[in-house]
Design a binder for this molecule. Structure first.
Ligand code: ATP
Ligand code: MG
Length: 426
């Protein structure tokens, strides 16, 4: 992409109404646009990052489930069936805008904060026999929650992205087996996102779902709202909320010997058991033709929150720093010559054409800006590798390449650069 054709711009000033590092930097760099507290538009650069995060999640989820997309709106009756219509405090209900329908349908729709109420009847329709189980469906979708404290940018949205997976099983043992596999698939996702070393499987409460523990995936960061007790030796953590004398006995852990750190919940999985399947009278037919209870699990992960967490963890004083796996582009190609027919301009154009033809994702700064402001923008946007073509670099024998996180670059020839990034061409 040519930067002259990127219609969004960076800004020097921090937005006045943001306090979190992720919202400030992502806004300044032109990745997100605030609509109201906890509600953001993903601008072209931000969408590229979000899509990459979601595709990493999607590839992993495809190994354990079928993708679908459920509706964002649901009828209130489904939530009444599970008793959650008036219990979930973050539930958003729609108010009809037109007067005529007001009397008939006030509050009749829910903007889904999660999808157990929708998926359970769907699974009940398709997975009816022991032969159909286990079955697992997932989606990557926008969720709505009326969060009280929405001042942490992408970490806590009122409208945010979630991947949610739901699995259905013939018995508890089968659910348990799948649940353990899902844990490992989740950890692969965090590793691919560059968060593997700082993300811990964390024993947490079951919420309003289950008396059993659930498992969170907590990434250590000062920006997080949770406190976890971290057992590095055994590679496991405990959410502060489960640190009680009773649980110390139940889990045989000495909580006081563990390190307490701040962390952000980037995923949460629950062994739901039969709570939702019972509410929808969902049973399956076993080998003997008898009806049996279906055991269910749910598995959530937050792509937009992850984008915020990655920003918080990796950004430096100059701006964003993206891991290569989710960077909006692989290379930031910067031409410092303002004359269109200069040697530097010609070489930059040629590089851009050859690299993009080889499917390398290049952001090409072809604008007529000062070098200083091009470099500042490049640092702010945070593409992993910068390539500068200028009269000076050509005098030194080629182009200057520099990693975003390094202070010094090096000169390589144009041929060397092409060979590195397009090894299969020419
Ligand atoms: P929290 O405790 O942080 O409010 P939660 O436990 O309510 O989160 P879950 O219902 O477990 O969240 O949702 C699954 C995942 O979706 C979370 O692990 C998180 O990554 C993401 N998520 C939840 N709420 C939000 C939000 N308001 N904004 C962004 N992501 C969210
Ligand atoms: Mg949770």
């Amino acid at each position: 992409m040519r930067q002259s054709k990127l219609y969004t711009k960076t800004r020097k000033e921090s937005p006045a109404d943001e306090v979190s590092k992720n919202a400030i930097l992502l806004t300044r760099a032109g990745f997100i646009h605030k609509e109201m507290a906890g509600v953001y538009t993903f601008l072209p650069l931000g969408l590229r990052v979000l899509t990459k995060i979601e595709n990493i999640i999607r590839r992993q989820m495809d190994t354990i489930g079928n993708e679908l997309v459920m509706s964002s709106l649901s009828p209130r009756e489904l939530w009444e069936k599970t008793g959650r219509a008036d219990v979930v405090d973050v539930l958003m209900k729609t108010m009809p805008a037109n007067k005529a329908s007001e009397e008939k349908s006030t509050n009749s729709y829910i903007l889904n904060p999660t999808h157990e109420e929708l998926i359970t009847p769907i699974a009940a329709e398709y997975a009816r026999s022991y032969k159909d189980l286990p079955a697992a469906f997932y989606q990557i979708q926008t969720k709505f929650r009326n969060e009280a404290r929405a001042k942490s940018g992408l970490l806590r949205g009122r409208e945010f992205r979630m991947k949610d997976l739901y699995s259905f099983h013939r018995d508890e043992a089968d659910l348990k087996e799948y649940y353990e596999e899902a844990k490992q698939v989740y950890m692969s996702i965090y590793r691919e996102l560059g968060l593997g070393d700082d993300t811990f499987i964390t024993v947490a409460g079951g919420g309003d779902f289950t008396k059993e523990f659930s498992h969170e995936f907590q990434t250590v960061t000062d920006a997080g709202e949770d406190v976890i007790y971290l057992d590095r030796k055994n590679n496991i953590a405990y959410n502060k909320e489960v640190v009680t004398e009773e649980n110390a006995k139940r889990l045989s852990v000495d909580f006081q010997s563990l390190e307490q750190v701040k962390a952000c919940e980037v995923g949460n999985i629950f062994p739901l058991g039969t709570k939702f399947t019972q509410a929808f009278e969902y049973t399956y037919t076993d080998e003997e033709g008898k009806q049996q209870e279906v055991h269910m699990g749910c598995y959530g992960i937050g792509p937009s929150r992850l984008m915020g967490v990655i920003t918080e963890k990796f950004a430096d004083e100059k701006g964003l720093v993206w891991p290569a796996s989710i960077a909006p582009f692989s290379l930031h190609l910067i031409c410092l010559s303002k004359e269109k027919d200069s040697e530097a301009s010609k070489i930059a154009e040629e590089l851009y054409n050859k690299l993009t033809a080889a499917h390398v994702e290049v952001l090409f700064d072809d604008r007529e800006e000062q070098a200083g402001s091009k470099f500042a923008d490049s640092d702010l946007i945070g593409i992993p590798m910068r390539v500068v073509v200028s009269d000076k670099s050509l005098e030194k024998g080629g182009v200057e390449i520099k990693e975003r996180t390094s202070d010094t670059g090096e000169i390589v020839t144009v041929e060397q650069l092409l060979k590195t990034y397009t090894p299969n061409c020419e």
